[in-house]
Design a protein around this ligand. Structure first.
Ligand SMILES: [Zn+2]
Length: 273
């Protein structure tokens, strides 16, 4: 069933994310590392094709990883930001941004500073509330990347494309493959200000990503690039990339196991919202 495979995929991605976090800790730039071009040699586990793994063992923290203190009572966080009413396919919360759906060149967004970066000011409060609650639950997360400007995005894309070509990939294929991981400038949800890359703060606490997957919708976020939605999103599955879509959409998307693309198409069935 879809929800079962989604759950299994989630466990796989949690394992991969821990490996990704380890890669970060060891000084490599995850966002510029080639995904899967080095067949035959050691490659970051974060980029292994998840479909190659049959049924993964349950995620367990490494032995040296201290168990998060579960005795502390999480401090109640401030009330959630009222759900904005602009939940339409044309609205800011559900806006699609991807390689075949770039932002206009004159796009601007009001940003707010958050720990680890910047985020759309209308959703920054919910991001902070989510991170505070995760920390209180013993699952501290770190914002690795929030908003990223278009020029920086384009640089990362070109850098990745060059790496893939240097590894022997034909230019056309390298362009496509690079875009699946780091889209060109103006084509990333990080340029929109509503994409957040989140990893365990200590780099290895797999429970932190499990907490995120279980609770993100309560704060208006979804895990955007899942295995199940790869065809719709055109992006490689990423356990660390979350997208703010608002509370209503996040609850429905998560509950139904659908993609943002599908949700937008089906908006009519929810009374035209
Ligand atoms: Zn991301």
């Amino acid at each position: 069933m879809k929800r079962n495979s989604r759950a299994i995929g989630s466990v796989v991605m949690a394992v991969l994310a821990v490996a990704a976090a380890w890669t970060l800790r060891t000084g490599l730039d995850l966002w510029t590392a080639p995904p899967s071009v080095t067949e035959g040699e050691t490659r970051p586990a974060s980029t292994a094709a998840p479909t190659a793994t049959p049924r993964p063992a349950p995620v367990q923290a490494p032995p040296q990883q201290p168990v998060p203190a579960a005795t502390a009572t999480p401090a109640p966080s401030p009330s959630p930001t009222p759900d904005p009413v602009d939940e339409t396919p044309e609205g800011w919360m559900l806006r699609l941004v991807k390689p075949d759906c770039p932002l206009p060149e004159d796009f601007t967004v009001e940003l707010a500073k958050v720990a680890g970066g910047q985020f759309d000011a209308r959703a920054a409060g919910e991001l902070e509330r989510m991170l505070a609650d995760a920390k209180a639950a013993g699952c501290e997360l770190r914002l690795v990347c929030g908003y990223r400007d278009t020029a920086r995005q384009q640089n990362l894309y070109e850098q990745k494309k060059r790496q893939l070509e240097a590894a022997g990939m034909a230019p056309a294929r390298a362009a496509d493959e690079a875009a699946r991981w780091t889209p060109p400038g103006g084509c990333s949800e990080h340029n929109l200000g509503l994409g957040a890359d989140l990893l365990p703060a200590d780099g290895i606490n797999a429970e932190a990503l499990a907490w995120l997957e279980a609770h993100a919708a309560e704060y208006g976020f979804i895990r955007r690039y899942t295995e199940e939605c790869e065809k719709e999103t055109g992006m490689a599955p990423m356990s660390w990339h979350y997208r703010y879509v608002g509370h209503t959409a996040a609850a429905r998307i998560t509950e139904q196991g659908v993609c943002l693309e599908e949700y937008r198409e089906d908006l009519g069935q929810y009374g035209g919202r």
